[in-house]
Design a protein around this ligand. Structure first.
Ligand code: NAP
Length: 478
């Protein structure tokens, strides 16, 4: 150890991962500074405050599990909690554990450089602030680098326009603000999980809502409901079982596949089970189905046909229903957006679907969206076009390791990591929910806790053994 850095660890990001990492390292008596781009804690939930944004994991499987006191103090109001409540929860956690005092807000880290002589990292923010630490821990999220579409004229539109994850704050700073959509001509580009949540809400208030759809997803009903006092008391009493169930499931949810083939039951039994699942809340219809629906194309065809039938039953116009049914993938083969009357909005007079496979967008104009057949004039244009997922939030920071090696070069042909937790040539660099880590395809907070605890154990071990540098070997990485 040639120099003593300012901090033991710098954490980038104060979302669910960064907040917990800060707490754990502080518990170990280590000094930590967190740098956060946003104006408050919350990460994904801070930024994604569009109307309709909510969990599609059961709320009580999404919150932190590590504080019994917190579990008993916090009351979830809905089975699938909306964004303003989620921010209230994360703010409550930040207050309770006094986290904000170690977080610098409105500080976007633009550069991180490993200092080989000192075995430490130096970061620089966009505003020029610098800090040094033994460890650099990224908690930058998998879906935080916004992706605007590469359509000509995006900067030309004269009305109100932004990406869903840059929705303006409401008075409390929490979200859900309708930005004056009432009675207006609103356009939404993108129909992934975000687009679906937003479209349902926009259809309630817009004068005219135009949805620009490239390829549809298979959506399934969320079936949200308020949590009664009795239910909340029961949830509090059974938290250990709830988390055990998540821990033992394939992806951290409280659902498990039925270890049986669709072909082991009669047609009537299968139909009855699919119907039962369709009426259940959340992802159960996806992750609690017969196991072969997700691995055997013939079994998947049965649930796909069932789901297509449901869409046909919910959309009045048969031709429109066909446009909303995916033809390029089976149910559950892509992320299933959870809906609340999504398909029904297309029965409303104020909602129009533009199928971009028939009439592609040519350009964004001053007045709206020009497709191959006409110009759609709009007052508000929302981009629900997703993210530069997983690696985008890393590659947007200039990260240099041993010998000045750039992370972007190391990952030029796709990410190369050890367990998704770091990589060769990048000593003391730990990536929570990093590329390749199972946490990216999980009920994320459940896997975040595992990642944070692994990193904390590693740092404790190094401190106890008086070690100052750790780096995966190239063999381990390969
Ligand atoms: P997404 O799934 O990537 O969807 C982006 C949408 O924009 C797609 O429909 C895409 O069409 C469309 N699109 C992209 N470029 C376009 C272009 N140039 N022209 C027209 N359409 C274009 O993004 P997302 O909906 O934001 O969801 C991302 C992830 O966030 C989800 O998978 C989920 O994991 C997470 N999420 C979670 C929640 C929750 O937990 N409650 C809510 C929302 C999102 P194509 O697919 O045809 O390319």
């Amino acid at each position: 150890m040639s120099t003593t850095p300012q901090y033991d660890a710098i954490v980038i990001g104060a979302g669910i991962a960064g907040m917990y990492q800060l707490y754990r390292l502080r518990e170990l008596g280590l000094s930590v500074r967190v740098f956060e781009d946003g104006g408050d804690v919350g990460g994904t939930w801070y930024w994604n405050r569009y109307p309709g944004a909510r969990f599609d994991s059961e709320s009580y499987t999404y919150g932190y599990s590590w504080s019994k006191e917190l579990l008993q103090e916090w009351n979830w109001k809905e089975h699938f909690s909306p964004q303003p409540d989620n921010m209230e929860y994360l703010s409550f956690v930040a207050d309770k554990f006094d986290l904000r005092k170690d977080i610098t807000f409105n500080a976007r880290v633009s550069k991180a450089t490993f200092d080989e002589a000192a075995n430490c990292w130096e970061i620089e923010t966009e505003k020029g602030e610098r800090a040094r630490a033994r460890f650099l821990i990224t908690a930058v999220g998998v879906l935080s680098a916004t992706q605007m579409p590469r359509i000509p004229g995006v900067d030309k539109f004269k009305g109100i326009s932004f990406h869903t994850s840059r929705w303006p704050k409401d008075e409390k700073g929490f979200g859900g603000k309708d930005i004056g959509m009432k009675g207006k001509r609103v356009g939404v580009i993108g129909t992934g999980a975000t687009g679906v949540q937003l479209i349902q809400e926009a259809a309630k208030v817009a004068g005219q809502l135009t949805v620009f759809q490239l390829a549809p997803e298979f959506c399934a009903p969320l079936r949200n409901a308020p949590i009664t006092d009795d239910e909340m008391a029961h949830i509090k009493a059974t938290y250990p079982e709830i988390f055990k169930k998540c821990q033992e499931s394939s992806a951290g949810f409280m659902h498990n596949f039925v270890m049986k083939s669709v072909f082991e039951v009669s047609d009537e039994e299968r139909e009855a089970f699919f119907e039962y699942l369709y009426n259940r809340p959340g992802f159960e219809k996806w992750l609690g189905n017969f196991v072969d629906t997700m691995i055997d194309p013939k079994a998947n065809a049965l649930i796909t046909e069932f789901m297509a039938r449901k869409i046909r039953g919910r959309v009045n116009d048969p031709a429109l229903a066909e446009k909303l049914i995916p033809k390029n993938h089976g149910f559950g083969m892509r992320r299933v957006p959870m809906d609340t009357n999504y398909y029904e909005v297309y029965n409303q007079d104020n909602v129009t679907l533009v199928d971009l496979r028939e009439t592609p967008i040519e350009t964004i104009t001053e007045k709206g969206v020009k497709t191959s057949d006409k110009e759609h004039e709009l007052d508000i244009l929302i981009y629900a076009t997703g993210f530069d997922a997983v690696t985008g939030s890393f590659t947007r920071i200039d990260i240099s390791g041993v010998g000045g090696k750039k992370l972007t070069d190391k990952w030029a042909d796709g990410p190369v990591t050890y367990l998704g937790m770091g990589g060769h040539d990048f000593p003391n660099f730990l990536t929570l929910v990093g590329p390749h880590n199972g946490a990216t395809f999980c009920n994320i907070p459940r896997c975040i806790e595992q990642n944070v605890e692994w990193v904390s154990d590693l740092m404790k071990y190094m401190r106890d053994k008086k070690l100052t540098r750790i780096e995966p070997t190239i063999e381990a990485e390969n």
